[in-house]
Design a protein around this ligand. Structure first.
Ligand code: ACO
Length: 426
């Protein structure tokens, strides 16, 4: 990186010199690592202006609405790649040739069988448990099984873990779904694609031949690609934070799943669909827009706004096209799509949303597509978790490849000053 200098003067003291770091696409960042030793910390709750690491995986330009995986634009990948190829690109940085791709695919499908003990863990849960709760527990429980790949300091172990998680996340996810419906578990097939296997494991019956619908398979594959990585979002920052202590990869993934579940993050797709259903008809939209703008009302327009994008989320554009394709193909009722499109139009022409640069994000249309495919809303964030697993692992691997530094933020203490203790219970 090309280094320039910045100086910081606090209360007229001797100026502190800071390096200005330049990212490969020109972004400027002040290197404040020496400030602590000089008695100063920076204050940035929610990390609105803080880069916690350097990374070569994903680039976002929120003002321009740009998203690149290893330099490749997201729309090109969504239209011309497949999820496993994107996984390879995210994990290894380059596009695979055919031989590398087949080897990689084979090394993932090699792990298509889940340890039987995981079934017992699942069977301990109430049938009506939320699938994200079950998935979180199951991913963490893998640490009780795969002792042969938990030495985080060994590259071979990290690579083995990556393949295992890519293979087994969709198996565990579909098991959560089938368990909640009392259906027998189905294992993936080596001759189906990654997305095709998710549909197969969720919807097939052991006694019937299952034919994967190519339109739905392609749509799901696109959804997986669009959600595969998004640099230092809450769940990815979580995995880096948890992993920075040297914790085993399965505990790290469980923590990321937990973080993703929140409605401000991956839970937004489920919340968005529920919101669209609650709005119900286009006539009700103005009332809900009014509520979203009212500071005394906790209601927010789900699927709208983003910490980084202050322009149209490039993933939302692809998602809207897939949504049309799937709804047309399935010839299902388009009521929710109509509500979504009208809501988008009205919000984009409303000064509240314009001034705050609030645009539809990736979750605005994804719920409508998943619902049309027959996936229940409680599984939406689970599908997101399957897709994001590769991003989490890519960041976890990158962090280990580059050498660990434990995440240990400081704070601005605003509590009591020193005082003497006198017990009131004596
Ligand atoms: N509806 C109404 N107002 C909103 C919305 C929204 N969806 N999002 C932001 N605002 C308003 C805030 O009230 C705030 O207004 P103010 O300046 O008058 O106080 C302003 O816009 C800035 O909002 P912040 O909350 O400061 O923005 P932040 O970057 O912290 O939050 C977030 C981003 C969490 C995504 C937010 O926009 C939100 O809650 N959106 C709805 C949930 C959602 O769709 N999440 C999915 C994100 S994408 C993903 O994780 C895959």
């Amino acid at each position: 990186m090309d280094k320039k200098k910045a100086t910081l003067t606090v209360d007229g003291t001797v100026p502190i010199e800071l390096d200005v770091l330049r990212g490969s696409l020109g972004q400027k960042e002040l290197d404040i690592r020496t400030l602590g030793a000089q008695g100063y910390f920076t204050f940035d709750p929610g990390f609105t202006s803080t880069a916690s690491c350097q990374s070569k995986i994903t680039y976002i330009d929120g003002d321009q609405g740009v998203l690149l995986y290893r330099g490749f634009p997201i729309d090109q990948l969504a239209l011309n790649s497949n999820y496993l190829e994107v996984c390879y690109i995210l994990l290894y940085g380059e596009t695979p040739n055919l031989d590398q791709f087949y080897k990689f695919q084979g090394s993932v499908t090699n792990h298509f069988v889940l340890h039987e003990q995981i079934h017992h863990i699942l069977r301990g849960f109430c049938r009506n448990s939320h699938p994200m709760a079950m998935l979180c527990a199951m991913t963490g429980a893998l640490a009780t099984i795969y002792h042969d790949s938990m030495d985080v300091n060994r590259k071979t172990h990290r690579d083995l873990t990556a393949k295992r998680l890519l293979a087994q996340m969709p198996i565990m996810a579909s098991m959560c779904y089938r368990y909640s419906r009392g259906k027998p578990f189905i294992y993936p097939r080596n001759d189906f694609s990654y997305a095709g296997n998710i549909l197969y494991m969720m919807f097939s019956s052991p006694s019937d031949k299952y034919v994967v619908n190519p339109i739905l398979e392609r749509a799901l594959d696109c959804i997986l690609i669009l959600h595969a990585d998004h640099e230092q979002n809450a769940s990815t920052s979580t995995i880096r934070t948890v992993g920075s202590s040297g914790a085993n990869p399965f505990s790290c993934i469980a923590a990321a799943v937990a973080s993703l579940w929140g409605p401000s993050h991956g839970g937004a797709n489920e919340a968005c669909l529920l919101m669209l259903e609650e709005i119900g008809t286009v006539e009700n939209i103005p009332l809900f827009l009014q509520r979203a703008k009212d500071k005394n009302d906790s209601f927010r327009l789900m699927g709208f706004g983003h910490r980084v994008y202050k322009n149209y989320d490039p993933r939302a554009m692809v998602m809207r096209d897939i949504c049309h394709e799937v709804l047309n193909h399935l010839e299902v009722k388009k009521d929710l799509m109509e509500v979504a499109m009208k809501l988008e139009y009205l919000a984009l022409h409303d000064s509240y949303f314009i001034e705050r640069k609030l645009y539809p994000n990736v979750d605005f249309y994804s719920g409508i597509i998943l619902q049309a495919m027959g996936i229940p809303s409680s599984m939406f964030t689970v599908i997101f978790a399957i897709a994001r697993t590769v991003g989490w692992i890519a960041h976890w691997k990158e962090m280990h490849d580059e050498g660990l530094k434990i995440a240990r933020p400081r704070q601005l203490y605003t509590g009591y000053t020193r005082r003497n203790f006198n017990s009131k219970i004596k």
